[in-house]
Design a protein around this ligand. Structure first.
Ligand SMILES: *[C@@H]1O[C@H](CO)[C@@H](O)[C@H](O)[C@H]1NC(C)=O
Ligand SMILES: *[C@@H]1O[C@H](CO)[C@@H](O)[C@H](O)[C@H]1NC(C)=O
Ligand SMILES: *[C@@H]1O[C@H](CO)[C@@H](O)[C@H](O)[C@H]1NC(C)=O
Ligand SMILES: *[C@@H]1O[C@H](CO)[C@@H](O)[C@H](O)[C@H]1NC(C)=O
Ligand SMILES: *[C@@H]1O[C@H](CO)[C@@H](O)[C@H](O)[C@H]1NC(C)=O
Ligand SMILES: *[C@@H]1O[C@H](CO)[C@@H](O)[C@H](O)[C@H]1NC(C)=O
Ligand SMILES: *[C@@H]1O[C@H](CO)[C@@H](O)[C@H](O)[C@H]1NC(C)=O
Ligand SMILES: *[C@@H]1O[C@H](CO)[C@@H](O)[C@H](O)[C@H]1NC(C)=O
Ligand SMILES: *[C@@H]1O[C@H](CO)[C@@H](O)[C@H](O)[C@H]1NC(C)=O
Ligand SMILES: *[C@@H]1O[C@H](CO)[C@@H](O)[C@H](O)[C@H]1NC(C)=O
Ligand SMILES: *[C@@H]1O[C@H](CO)[C@@H](O)[C@H](O)[C@H]1NC(C)=O
Length: 624
């Protein structure tokens, strides 16, 4: 029997092969968040002199493949090649131990940080006959056996297939598919993207990921954050590991690993290059630069109850995120920087923000909500920090593409939430852009003063659907009926699976009542919906953008059902939602003007049967 050792003879190129795995240096060496390659190489050489424990065929590609952050000539490829399914428990750079089989003594030993070697091939065709580029990388316990490489030398806007293989063996990963972006100057007729946020594993199956992958109408996937949740959960139907609230590096790795067992998430990663940013739950609820409500801290970092400090927790979360996500580190020396942009031909510039963790001023932590409300208009408050803000405004000013699409975590439009969770004294959600009014105004001022049009804000975080004209209220002379006065649109999407913000157990009628009140109290908000979990797709062309919103009727099983909730368009140069908004007819929620035609779909999980109940047409009474 062929027993190829994973520990291949070390050539002089080993350094290159280690450094080709971006995760060793990621996200930043200068902040002690990366791994020292000289240390790893020294250990590697030492181990090589001793017995080898790993059998190439015992290595498992435990969590499929993924790709992301496409550029015109390169793309990030990801896999995990490990002897064990579990994540690595070490949280220092060199101490990891794993049970490994020693073929000489025929017994398991605990060996530390044995490196595993993988080759990768990128192919032009699905049949894997035409190799375009190939490379080699090592991985080890230091980085939880993740592999992240940049495959270069590719052609712009081209579909590729890729596969990893344990070096010197026939042990191969699943085949992935990916696509590079066009060059900035390339003209394109159409690009499709699916937009997601707030995927909570214990809440239900990630059918939203699978449905877009099964339809295959898109080129790329955008995720606006809350890819995982940090909470403790112990309840079926979908328990997560570990069951405690996550704090340590192991915890974050293990949680990400659990999420990556959802078959629809795996399918989407396997088929598309993802472009992600994070929100709060990748680290901890209601986060900001210095902490989160989960830790109930203020500006201070402290250790309490034997838990890790705020800073250590953030480091653990960030390191695990970079290990597991197919994301680039655009500037290794700019601590925790994830904000970056993509040029998608002359069609659009995609500006991905970090309004959450990079340099955000204090947010609502429950006990301080009144204080944050009081200071929400302070000019010094920022969601992004001055460095990112300046970069953002320059990106907007410099952009020459037809559209500017901005990936924000939180809802941008000013929303009076008095009837939902606001109050007379604070009608706004201070954990969204509304808690940072001057940062919002600076953004709007940049757009208005520089006459920048065709802007599309994307947002997640809220677990509900919000479609609005993008407008500087109290400054522009906005007409809700015509949309005049706005500078673009906002497409904010519901959660993949996190509960309705109007109450996890709220009926569709209760949710729609709440939607009607929100529509009544917010003139620029043209459609609101809070009952369905789901996602939206955008088809982007030089002439228009069409956004289609989908609702998942049931997350209790893995299933391919979905409802078309509403279709919204923006025509190039018009800078507002096309009228009548949503074609004056949506499936659910509430519209400023138009009808809601509801279909109630129920699923009997025992028999697997689906029932469709038609409701009567409901004409929205906006004075309700
Ligand atoms: C490899 O991992 C997959 C899940 O990722 C698992 O189903 C399979 O049993 C593993 N194979 C071995 C040999 O451990
Ligand atoms: C790929 O393989 C399939 C099945 O073997 C075959 O039908 C198809 O023609 C092949 N495609 C190309 C481009 O070679
Ligand atoms: C390091 O890992 C150990 C074992 O998993 C854990 O007990 C400890 O709390 C971790 N420390 C930090 C700082 O994450
Ligand atoms: C959180 O911290 C604040 C300020 O120190 C304190 O007033 C409040 O009681 C704390 N809340 C909890 C739940 O510990
Ligand atoms: C934001 O702009 C509006 C419209 O000009 C203005 O009424 C409001 O005071 C501004 N708020 C802040 C905090 O700049
Ligand atoms: C914007 O363009 C100016 C002038 O060409 C340039 O100096 C600046 O670096 C650009 N900024 C960005 C963010 O690309
Ligand atoms: C918010 O809406 C409520 C009605 O729900 C209204 O009484 C209040 O005046 C509004 N606040 C603002 C600032 O528009
Ligand atoms: C709004 O309308 C008023 C009155 O016609 C006008 O003075 C003002 O300049 C307009 N504001 C903007 C931003 O166009
Ligand atoms: C859907 O209709 C069924 C049957 O009329 C009803 O029992 C159920 O409560 C409805 N579901 C919702 C979400 O309204
Ligand atoms: C929805 O609002 C209407 C009108 O205010 C009310 O009659 C109805 O009872 C409400 N339905 C629910 C489920 O709350
Ligand atoms: C949205 O558009 C699609 C495709 O044209 C159509 O099938 C669907 O019914 C529309 N949805 C709604 C709610 O109008």
């Amino acid at each position: 029997m062929l027993r190829s050792l994973t520990l291949l003879v070390l050539a002089a190129s080993a350094t290159a092969e280690y450094s080709s795995n971006i995760n060793y240096r990621s996200p930043s060496l200068s902040h002690k968040l990366g791994i020292s390659l000289p240390k790893v190489l020294k250990r590697h050489a030492k181990r090589q002199a001793g017995p080898s424990y790993a059998d190439a065929n015992a290595v498992n590609f435990t969590h499929g493949v993924a790709s992301g952050d496409p550029y015109p000539e390169s793309v990030i490829l990801w896999t995990r090649a490990s002897l064990m399914y579990d994540s690595d428990r070490s949280n220092v750079t060199v101490s990891g131990t794993v049970p490994l089989y020693n073929h000489d003594t025929q017994e398991y030993v605990r060996a530390s940080a044995n490196p595993i070697c993988v080759d990768y091939n990128v192919y032009a065709d699905q049949n894997l006959t035409s190799v375009v580029t190939t490379g080699r990388a090592y991985t080890s316990s230091d980085i939880d056996y993740t592999v992240k490489v940049e495959a270069g030398g590719l052609q712009p806007f081209t579909q590729y297939y890729y596969q990893f293989c344990v070096c010197g063996s026939d042990n191969r990963s699943p085949v992935g598919r990916t696509k590079t972006t066009p060059r900035p100057e390339d003209d394109l007729s159409s690009i499709g993207v699916a937009v997601y946020s707030c995927s909570n594993f214990p809440n239900g199956f990630f059918n939203a990921y699978g449905n877009a992958a099964r339809k295959d109408n898109i080129d790329y996937v955008i995720h606006l954050g809350d890819y995982i949740y940090e909470y403790a959960t112990s309840t079926a139907p979908r328990p997560v590991e570990p069951q405690n609230e996550i704090f340590t590096l192991y915890d974050y790795r293990r949680r990400l690993a659990t999420y990556r067992t959802d078959l629809d998430l795996l399918l989407s990663h396997q088929k598309y290059a993802w472009i992600t940013t994070w929100d709060d739950h990748e680290i901890s609820n209601n986060g900001y630069r210095d902490g989160s409500s989960g830790l109930n801290n203020t500006e201070q970092s402290f250790e309490e109850d034997g838990r890790v400090s705020v800073d250590q927790r953030k480091m653990n979360a960030v390191r695990a995120y970079f290990e597991w996500m197919p994301i680039r580190q655009v500037d290794m020396d700019n601590n925790l920087r994830i904000w970056r942009s993509f040029s998608i031909g002359s069609l659009f510039d995609l500006i991905m923000l970090d309004t959450r963790n990079y340099d955000r001023s204090i947010t609502t932590l429950n006990w301080n909500n009144d204080y944050v409300t009081e200071i929400s208009n302070d000019a010094g408050r920022t969601l992004m920090g001055s460095q990112q803000e300046n970069w953002f405004y320059n990106q907007l000013k410099n952009s020459t593409a037809t559209w500017r699409i901005i990936g924000s975590q939180i809802v941008f439009s000013r929303i009076n939430v008095t009837t939902w969770f606001g109050s007379e004294t604070n009608p706004y959600n201070s954990d969204a852009w509304d808690g940072y009014m001057s940062n919002k105004n600076r953004t709007l001022k940049t757009l208005y003063d520089n006459d920048i049009g065709n802007n599309v804000m994307l947002a997640g975080d809220s677990h509900a659907n919000w479609v609005s004209d993008l407008v500087w209220l109290d400054h522009a002379n906005y007409s809700s009926a015509s949309g005049a006065g706005s500078v673009g649109v906002e497409f904010a999407g519901t959660a993949v699976s996190s509960s309705s913000p109007f109450g996890a157990d709220s009926t569709i009628f209760e949710c729609n009542n709440q939607s009607r009140l929100l529509i009544r109290d917010n003139e620029e908000l043209q459609w609101q919906e809070g009952y369905y979990r789901g996602y939206y797709e955008m088809q982007i062309t030089p002439q228009r953008i069409d956004a289609q919103y989908f609702g998942m009727p049931s997350l209790e099983t893995r299933n391919g059902y979905e409802l078309s909730l509403g279709n919204f368009s923006v025509v190039s140069g018009e800078n507002k939602l096309a009228r009548p908004v949503g074609g004056a007819e949506v499936e659910n929620g509430a519209l400023q003007t138009g009808e809601v035609v509801m279909t109630n779909v129920t699923h009997d999980t025992n028999t697997g049967e689906w029932f469709i109940h038609d409701f009567d047409r409901v004409t929205i009474d906006t004075s309700a």
